[in-house]
Design a binder for this molecule. Structure first.
Ligand code: GAP
Length: 487
């Protein structure tokens, strides 16, 4: 299991997966750009997700809503009032971080749990529920201040602040406001969406009246969301701008059993991650939200977590959100958001189950899970459907025209079917090394024997074994190997 995220970030930059955002201007914290290898991996993840959850199903339709949206959407959804994090600053080194993360990381690293004493004078009925736990998310600021004082939690970034140089904990809203038009003010205020989910709720009637969907059915969306996060590192795990894949699965609770639907989604999420994305099961776990952590309207919430080098963290959330969202938007907009049964005339305000995943977190997980060191050789053992290039073609020698021309022919032929790389630089060993590091499963070499008998060698990334096969068999050979690939 990979312990050190810096190996991934170094590889990601060296091989064109991820670059720091605004790099030549000194970077912009928590923003990243995806390079030529990275964008291929990202697109493969998006495509597999869409294939699986939209095209592969009969009960889900797609949507792409605007990134900029009406401020009332975010008032009704509760984001304007309640979508906030608690932050704290180190007076010495100016580190700004989430207070709940500061406390949770400290408790976990020191194997400590919260006690009644942790809350000092503020210990009361509401703080009791946290005693014996290490979970702080959503806790009131006054408690966090006391805990930091009582446990004298030091700054993780400097040695000066031994727990006595923190500012007070204060809340700030995560939504990015945008001012439309040229006059700033409340009239022109809109928000960059903080999640894709609201697009599905506010378009509920548009979708039901323009398609032939029947309950139960889902609306799926894949797209950017924006949150003004405070993030201490961890690459693309938590960024300001990220991509979500969310499905709002609507059903009539008088007709469908929510527990059954919920379990079906759990099964589908698990098989997508393990079988389609090819992640090792020992690095995955489900974690159910406690009553304190769960939103008040949710009846059940679980996170599918992945064991990142910085610990088990949320990859994909699954929540039964009742009819909270649609009823909030009914109240906020004054529009009825019910489905009417054409036969019985029965009106239903559907309930919803929501699987919500971060595409960039799947990306980071895929890199971490695939990272493998074999002596000095670094290999990304990505599943072939995720790999940026499925195959690379080399002429054995770059200065032999006959070999280069033949290799170019092979490259052009393969390119029609698979995303293919061509490399004639350096020696063959270096070419293998660079393809291993971007996870290319097969490397094809055109050599002198090819010119004589029309055979080529195919080298397997994971075993480094080579097969010599007839060039005419190459496409079926690759097809069979790719289809048979297992973790
Ligand atoms: N509609 C529910 C919702 O948005 P969430 O847990 O806030 O729930 C869903 O987000 C998923 O989006 C998370 O499980 C995570 O994978 C991803 N995500 C959330 N915030 C993120 C961020 N700042 N950077 C990258 N991914 C993020």
């Amino acid at each position: 299991m990979l312990q050190d995220l810096s190996k991934i970030t170094a590889l990601a930059k060296r091989r064109g997966f991820i670059y720091p955002g605004s790099d030549i201007y000194g970077g912009l914290a928590n923003t990243y750009d995806y390079g030529p290898a990275g964008i291929e991996l990202l697109r493969n993840i998006r495509n597999i997700w869409w294939e699986e959850f939209v095209h592969g199903r009969e009960d889900v339709v797609g949507l792409e809503a605007s990134l900029i949206s009406h401020q009332e959407i975010w008032k009704s959804s509760g984001h304007v009032g309640g979508f906030s994090d608690a932050l704290i600053d180190c007076r010495n080194c100016k580190l700004r971080m989430r207070a709940d993360h500061l406390i949770e990381n400290y408790l976990e690293a020191n194997s400590e749990k919260l006690t009644a004493e942790s809350f000092g004078e503020k210990n009361d009925d509401s703080s009791k529920k946290y005693i014996g736990t290490q979970k702080v998310e959503g806790m009131a600021e006054k408690y966090m201040d006391e805990i930091i004082k009582f446990h004298t939690i030091p700054c993780p970034n400097c040695t000066e602040n031994k727990g006595d140089q923190w500012t007070g904990v204060r809340k700030f809203n995560l939504l990015f406001p945008v001012n439309l038009g040229i006059i700033e003010g409340d009239q022109s205020l809109a928000y960059l969406r903080g999640e894709t989910a609201q697009g599905m709720f506010v378009n509920f009637t548009n979708v039901t009246s323009s398609t032939r969907v029947k309950l139960p059915f889902g609306i799926a969306q894949l797209g950017k969301s924006f949150r003004n996060e405070i993030t201490p590192g961890n690459s693309v795990f938590r960024t300001l701008e990220f991509e979500q894949g969310e499905i709002e699965y609507f059903f009539d609770p008088e007709v469908s059993n929510w527990e059954e639907l919920y379990e079906n989604w759990k099964r589908d999420m698990w098989s997508f991650i393990t079988e389609k994305i090819g992640i090792k099961t020992e690095n995955l776990r489900w974690r159910e939200h406690s009553d304190e952590e769960r939103s008040f309207y949710s009846r059940r919430t679980e996170d599918l977590e992945y064991k990142f080098p910085f610990g088990f963290k949320e990859l994909w959330g699954l929540a039964y959100r009742t009819d909270y969202d649609l009823s909030q938007h009914e109240k906020g907009s004054g529009k009825e958001l019910r489905m009417v049964d054409s036969q019985s005339g029965k009106k239903t305000l559907p309930h919803v189950i929501e699987p919500a995943v971060g595409v960039n977190r799947i990306f980071l997980m895929a890199l971490c899970d695939a990272y493998h060191e074999d002596g000095d050789r670094v290999v990304l053992r990505l599943s072939p459907i995720l790999a940026p290039y499925k195959v690379a073609v080399f002429p054995l020698l770059a200065n032999k025209e006959g070999l280069v021309a033949r290799a170019q022919d092979v490259y052009k032929r393969l390119k029609k079917k698979y995303h293919t790389a061509f490399d004639a630089r350096g020696n063959i060993g270096k070419r293998y090394l660079s393809q291993d590091e971007i996870g290319t499963p097969f490397c094809v070499t055109v050599d002198f024997q090819t010119l004589e008998d029309n055979t080529i060698t195919v080298r397997n990334r994971d075993t480094a074994d080579q097969d010599r096969i007839d060039l005419d068999q190459l496409e079926s050979y690759l097809h069979d190997k790719i289809s048979a690939w297992k973790i």
